[in-house]
Write a protein that binds this ligand. Structure first.
Ligand SMILES: *Cc1c(COP(=O)(O)O)cnc(C)c1O
Length: 345
């Protein structure tokens, strides 16, 4: 995977423009969605980002090491009995997601508080609010946050329901900064911005929406080289299962990319590579290390030439739609699996 840090910064600035009254954090969990948390965090910190989110304390330690002291690093999953000591050592700020985590943390430093407003995943529920408030009465939370279940659908009724629940519950913590929106939530409207927005996927090039990309820049590129070019006759079949039959004479290219590299097998017969300025459809099945594409009439198709499968010309959201999944899964599936040989790392 080739990562464009300038594009990540450009996307972060997109959110600054989108929410001028809020701070814009950067969510770099899962190794920055597979793009590399160290490089992404450094580029964003250099551009002015001061608040970062990871999922685990292990991820946060890596980011702390990359950024040094200064930036605030929230850990979304909060502390567990076996890592609670690490938080203090590295000045990490946990998000407390339950009464049990509030108790475990025991006010040993600044912490955020997650309120569940309808996702039923993490967070203190409505029936536990008073207890949470009592437990935190001596330490105002460093952040009070919640998360939208249906932000990807800007018009979903659930968004307004959660907004109201969050605004109401947050009044119990008048001094704490508030945060509700991730990438998609930030695009719904200014009333969702509060003091801090938390884009993740938006930094890496997808709007996280069921609708079109709002104008974010591609940050990850996957290219792979052609190994062979073949001329085939009508009636011949391709790859495992012989699922594609040539309707006429064709020229095909076999490319060194497969599901072992993170190129999903569900893209068999659906995905495409881009070469010579045009989409070159995948013929038949994606196999472990190889893909066959149609390069009929494409003079550029020669062994050694790189074909783009994700990037500015093969958009992330497009790939996700063709694979029947989300941009998040496309990026994290490529994470770490793109091998150094053949596929440009
Ligand atoms: C992952 C996550 C985010 C970032 O979400 P995107 O949709 O990638 O912007 C923000 N907040 C929480 C609680 C998350 O889990």
């Amino acid at each position: 995977m080739k990562v464009d840090h300038a594009a990540i910064v450009e996307n972060w600035r997109f959110f600054k423009k989108q929410a001028p009254s809020a701070a814009v954090a950067a969510v770099v969990k899962a190794d920055a969605y597979g793009l590399g948390a160290v490089g992404a965090s450094r580029a964003l910190a250099q551009a002015g980002a001061r608040v970062f989110f990871t999922a685990t304390s292990g991820e946060a330690l890596l980011v702390r090491k990359a950024l040094g002291e200064g930036p605030q690093i929230f850990v979304l999953n909060g502390p567990a009995a076996d890592d609670v000591a690490q938080f203090g050592d590295a000045k990490l700020t946990p998000i407390l997601n339950s009464l049990a985590q509030i108790k475990l943390w025991d006010a040993r430093g600044p912490a955020g508080l997650h309120l569940d407003t309808g996702m039923n995943r993490l967070g203190v529920g409505p029936g536990e609010l008073t207890q949470a408030m009592m437990a935190l009465r001596d330490v105002s939370p460093a952040l009070v946050m919640s998360h939208l279940a249906c932000g990807s659908d800007l018009k979903h009724d659930m968004n307004a329901v959660q907004l109201k629940r969050f605004a109401d519950a947050a009044t119990l913590f008048p001094k704490a900064p508030k945060s509700l929106a991730a990438t998609a939530g930030a695009l719904i409207g200014a009333q969702y911005h509060f003091d801090l927005i938390r884009p993740g996927i938006g930094l890496y090039g997808s709007g996280g929406l069921d609708a079109d990309n709002p104008g974010l820049t591609a940050a990850a590129t996957i290219e792979a080289p052609i190994l062979q070019v073949r001329d085939v006759n009508a009636g011949e079949t391709f790859g495992y299962g012989a699922t594609f039959t040539a309707p006429q004479k064709m020229r095909t290219a076999t490319v060194a990319l497969g599901y072992a590299d993170g190129y999903l097998r569900s893209l068999s017969g659906r995905g495409y590579g881009v070469l010579g300025g045009a989409k070159r459809p995948i013929l038949g099945r994606v196999s472990m290390d190889l893909i066959i594409i149609d390069v009929t009439g494409c003079a550029e198709a020669q062994p050694g030439v790189m074909v783009e499968f994700l990037g500015p010309n093969a958009p992330l959201d497009d790939l996700a739609a063709l694979a029947g999944t989300a941009a998040y899964e496309i990026l994290t599936t490529f994470a770490g699996t793109v091998r150094k040989t053949g596929v440009r790392a």
